[in-house]
Design a protein around this ligand. Structure first.
Ligand SMILES: [Zn+2]
Length: 74
């Protein structure tokens, strides 16, 4: 996959988390509860964690991952 930022080849891998992860339109100070239609809880498995297949660009730092196809932690 080509990086949408710089066009270099991205490396496949997994974005792994052990906490709640959210994408929010604005920065929430405390709660990750969605406030806007853009707001999306990506992972809420605080005890087991979540792994997402994706790609990383080591040149510019972008990470692209598929939040709808998360995997159970090994
Ligand atoms: Zn890049």
């Amino acid at each position: 996959m080509k990086c949408p930022g710089c066009g270099m080849d991205m490396k496949a891998g997994f974005l792994q988390t052990v906490k709640i992860v959210a994408f929010n339109k604005t920065r929430h100070k405390i709660s990750m509860t969605p406030k806007d239609e853009v707001d999306t809880i990506l992972a809420r498995k605080a005890l087991t964690g979540t792994d997402f297949p994706g790609f990383i660009c080591k040149e510019c730092g972008l990470v692209v991952f598929d939040y709808r196809n998360d995997l159970p932690r090994l």
